[in-house]
Design a protein around this ligand. Structure first.
Ligand code: NAP
Length: 290
């Protein structure tokens, strides 16, 4: 297959990485190289150079990240190494090999004090180590390789890995009642939809470097998310809305993290999908594979 059809995907065992693997079957004209952490640790420059030399990708999608938000507070060096330094290594490798780089970032670059969806150029002000390191990663990607595309996303879930939806589905079967935070608002993202959006960008043939934001449509609280999950799985568990102060965590979360997604939908003609419809699709898939 010609070089311009080769796509290298890092962090292939994560939620997004696995969803890209699933979506990739709809893109037979591309040749994918899916690399798990064991196959390529993105903080290892020699390994990166080796993989790029062997595979000669036209595109690299970085799905690898240090995503343990609370652990990052006491594991700063590791979070910084993977979310910032390693992103720069990948961005440079892309530049050297003439490959286009897509990197995924987060709503946690914002402080959460907004009252309407954050525009891509809104003031950033991360509140914790994870957000700080992800912001650094955005900056390093663009400074090392100005042709990079960054896609910020939020509240990611899928049938793979650990996420809010799967945790709630399990707990609602085990417990009679659950407390869920009701003063943090944001937009959920089904990782399958983000995977499709990324491959649509690549196959569109339009490449416009810069920062984009992607989520499903609608703004809800975690409590509202849990209520919808309960309804879709027909559980009887009592859900109690609580304030953030009732569920203390090492890392501060933004109280409001909805993002304006009009740039990605307008630039690449990507149709954004309603959160509840997509939650239902994910739950159907989880149930089908259980
Ligand atoms: N999950 C969310 O709610 C959320 C929200 C906003 C933005 N994001 C961003 O979205 C992207 C995808 O997130 P996700 O939910 O798919 O994350 P995930 O499920 O935690 O997957 C991350 C993957 O990266 C791998 N990884 C960690 N360190 C690595 C290294 N040094 N080299 C290679 N791979 C490494 C992990 O491997 P191990 O499993 O072996 O550690 C894991 O497979 C990330 O950039 C994340 O920051 C996620």
């Amino acid at each position: 297959m010609s070089k311009d059809k080769r796509i290298l995907v890092t962090g292939a065992n994560g939620q997004l990485g696995q969803e890209i693997q699933r979506v990739s079957v709809a893109y037979p004209k591309y040749e994918f190289e899916f690399l798990t952490r064991e196959m390529l640790s993105i903080d290892n420059d020699a390994q990166i150079r080796d993989k790029f030399k062997k595979f000669q990708p036209a595109f690299c999608i970085n799905c690898a990240a240090y995503t343990a938000v609370d652990k990052a507070e006491t594991d700063k060096d590791a979070a910084h190494n993977i979310n910032a330094n390693a992103v720069s290594l990948l961005a440079i490798a892309c530049k050297q090999h003439g490959a286009r780089f897509i990197h995924v970032s987060t709503d946690y670059v914002f402080d959460g004090n907004a009252t309407q969806p954050y525009k891509v150029n809104a003031q950033v002000n991360p509140q914790g180590v994870y957000g700080v390191t992800k912001l650094e990663g955005e900056k390093l990607a663009l400074s090392s390789n100005p042709e990079s595309i960054i896609i910020r996303t939020s509240w990611v879930y899928s049938e793979f890995g650990k996420n809010f939806v799967k945790t709630m589905m399990r707990l609602m079967k085990e417990k009679e009642s659950l407390n869920v935070v009701n003063d943090q608002s944001g937009s959920p993202t089904y990782a399958f939809d983000l995977a499709e959006a990324i491959l649509e960008i690549i196959s569109s043939g339009k490449w416009k470097a810069g920062i984009y934001q992607y989520s499903n449509t609608g703004i809800i609280t975690w409590y509202e998310f849990a209520v919808a999950i309960r309804e879709l799985i027909n559980a009887n568990c009592t859900l109690n809305p609580i304030p953030t102060s009732g569920y203390p965590t090492p890392a501060r979360r933004p109280a409001y993290s909805a993002m304006d997604t009009s740039l990605i939908s307008g630039t690449y003609d990507i149709k954004l999908k309603p959160w509840k419809e997509r939650l239902s699709a994910c739950i159907d898939r989880i149930n089908a594979t259980a």
